[in-house]
Design a protein around this ligand. Structure first.
Ligand SMILES: [Fe+2]
Length: 378
């Protein structure tokens, strides 16, 4: 199966100025879902949730993808044209940012449930946007509840589970600005986070939670507590484990600021609490045969840090995908686990390949040429 894409063109979801463009470089039944605050009943054809087949761990295949953004018609078409991966052995992990609207989310997840034997999901920021939905949500947490209810009805899994011998751990997260600990770029006019990142305007939180502050990151992290028993069970029983989140757990999983069209991108992508939770699962030195999958920045990534493999395989926006090899036309979810073991590295991954041979030097703040051209000096 062709795995060809070019990860250099990176645009962050929800951010207007974030691209780091480096040099050239069947058995079906109808599931009905209604919302309390909206009388529309949506009908989708999907496999019943209880029909989830037993899967032999050694035969299971696990695919990963993030940032589907199916509000773009091109991405929804891509989803509809995905080949069927049925037969009781194929699992898809969706690492957030499926769609902005509830209707597109339902349609997307319904399609994926039909195409894969089991589907797991964690929410991303776009999934909790409120601006285009006709539903009168109380806020983004209310929308989160409705998305999770929809997942349950569709048979999309959101809790840790063992698939044969493989442990799968979805992790909730949200970013906080203090995640960024590297030196800021100065001397250029960088748009504010509120200007560049729509989350500050189109998500709505209770008064005690603020976008970009640790309060919101801690709130999402705390949602994982209720699954600690399931995680403990996985740690006892499984030698192979995959965890996954939408947001970024370590700053090294994003290019340095001088490489980014929006140099403050690291302030709206990641959570230290997420990495802490990952380390609570795998240990500070990591654990063999484990992997963490993430999304959000739209950079393809595959790298090992402190004994844990970190992978991002985003579908991303149509314009970003076009910059990949072959125009991104044959891009498919990345098969990360097959025949009882993890697969070879995702390739090509422009930036993680770059950092595999070049040291990270965040104290260097001279802009990369493609970024410098973008900004006028103050
Ligand atoms: Fe995102």
């Amino acid at each position: 199966m062709a795995r060809s894409f070019f990860s250099s063109g990176a645009l962050s979801p929800a951010l207007a100025l974030t691209s780091a463009s480096p040099p050239p470089h069947p058995n079906s039944s109808t599931v009905s879902i209604s919302t309390q605050s909206h009388s529309t009943r949506l009908h989708f054809t999907t496999r019943p949730a209880l029909e989830t087949p037993a899967i032999n761990g050694a035969a299971a295949r696990v695919y990963v993808v993030s940032d589907l953004h199916t509000d773009y018609p091109e991405n929804m078409s891509w989803l509809k044209s995905l080949p069927y991966h049925n037969g009781g052995q194929n699992v898809l992990l969706v690492a957030g940012d499926v769609a902005e609207t509830y209707q597109n989310f339902l349609e997307s997840m319904s399609i994926l449930r039909d195409k894969f034997d089991r589907v797991f999901f964690v929410p991303g920021n776009h999934d909790l946007w409120l601006r285009r939905d006709k539903i009168d949500y109380l806020g983004s947490l209310d929308k989160l509840d409705k998305l999770l209810d929809a997942c349950q009805k569709l048979g999309v899994e959101t809790k840790p589970s063992i698939v044969g011998g493989l442990g799968i751990i979805p992790l909730y997260s949200w970013y906080h600005e203090s995640f960024d600990e590297e030196r800021d770029i100065t001397g250029i006019r960088i748009p504010s986070l509120a200007m560049a990142c729509k989350d500050y305007h189109v998500c709505r939180w209770p008064d005690e939670l603020k976008n970009g502050e640790t309060s919101l990151a801690l709130y999402f992290d705390s949602l994982n507590d209720e699954n600690s028993g399931l995680v403990e069970d996985i740690l006892k029983k499984c030698t192979h484990i995959i965890s996954f989140s939408h947001f970024v757990p370590r700053q090294e999983l994003c290019p340095e600021k001088r490489m980014l069209f929006y140099p403050n991108l690291p302030k709206v992508i990641g959570s230290k609490y997420l990495e802490k939770r990952i380390r609570a699962i795998y240990g500070t030195e990591g654990r063999q045969s484990t992997c963490h999958v993430f999304g959000h920045t739209h950079f393809c990534w595959d790298a090992v840090h402190d004994g844990i493999r970190y992978v991002q395989a985003p579908l991303a926006y149509p314009r970003e995908r076009k910059r990949r090899m072959n125009g991104g036309e044959d891009w498919l979810p990345f098969c990360i686990y097959s025949s009882g073991d993890f697969t070879e590295r995702l390739s090509p991954c422009y930036w993680s390949d770059y950092y595999s041979v070049n040291p990270r030097t965040p104290d260097v703040t001279q802009l990369a040429p493609w970024v410098a051209r973008f900004y006028s000096k103050v």
